[in-house]
Design a protein. Structure first.
Lengths: 115, 116
């Protein structure tokens, strides 16, 4: 069985603050893939990053960074110097090698960045 | 072109109507997906097509009928829907499995469906 937990339902920050979105996952497979998607009010799910289970290297892309730790089964997402345009629902998702193409989504975190 | 397009953006239909949702991608992806998303919930997988063949049907009621006429198009035919079927319907596509493993899914903007 697979499970993704995003314990933070809603987060509000003021513009330029840093914010970290938490993601904890469960899977019995040794090979799996983790994803983050952003869903703005328009509805489209925007792909942000994919991380393979065998690659624990952290990644930075502009103001975005991701911290993957297998020891704690976490794949956290940090936005540095947040902007109003970052306001969206963010989903963490898991796909195990044994689960065909079934993405298991977390419940999502609504991020609101206030001006 | 890294875009998945969906039409219409909004659809209102009665319970006796027949309508279709359309999805198109030109990224050469051979896997295409339909998801249903209720408000404040994550997307739920409905169907997966691989090389134009239905490979996964997540026990979706028969009032939803998918169709994949070619490698770029995916349709979802709707008939005799219920008000509880009102939701955002998302289409996605991805490359089929590669040596790198599974690939990320790219989503369209969705169709907001309201069933009266």
């Amino acid at each position: 069985a697979q499970k993704v937990t995003q314990a933070q339902t809603e987060i509000s920050v003021v513009e330029k603050e840093d914010v970290t979105l938490d993601c904890v996952y469960e899977t019995r497979d040794t090979t799996y893939y983790l994803f983050w998607y952003k869903q703005p009010p328009s509805g489209e799910l925007v792909f942000l990053i994919r991380r393979n289970s065998f690659d624990e290297q952290n990644e930075i892309s502009g103001r975005y960074s991701w911290n993957f730790q297998k020891s704690t089964s976490s794949f956290n997402f940090t936005i540095t110097a947040s902007q109003v345009v970052d306001s969206a629902v963010y989903f963490c998702a898991l796909l195990s090698s044994g689960s065909a193409r079934q993405l298991t989504f977390g419940s999502g975190t609504q991020l609101t960045v206030l001006p | 072109d890294t875009e998945v397009t969906q039409t219409p953006k909004h659809l209102v239909m009665g319970m006796t109507n027949k309508k279709s949702l359309k999805c198109e991608q030109h990224m050469g992806h051979r896997a295409m997906y339909w998801y249903k998303q209720k408000a404040k919930k994550p997307p739920e997988l409905m169907f997966v097509y691989s090389y134009e063949k239905l490979s996964i049907n997540e026990s979706v009621p028969s009032r939803f009928s998918p169709e994949c006429p070619n490698s770029s198009l995916l349709n979802l035919h709707l008939h005799a829907l219920q008000p509880e079927d009102s939701a955002l319907y998302l289409c996605a596509s991805s490359q089929e499995r590669s040596l790198a493993g599974v690939n990320e899914q790219f989503f369209g903007p969705g169709t907001r469906l309201t069933v009266l």
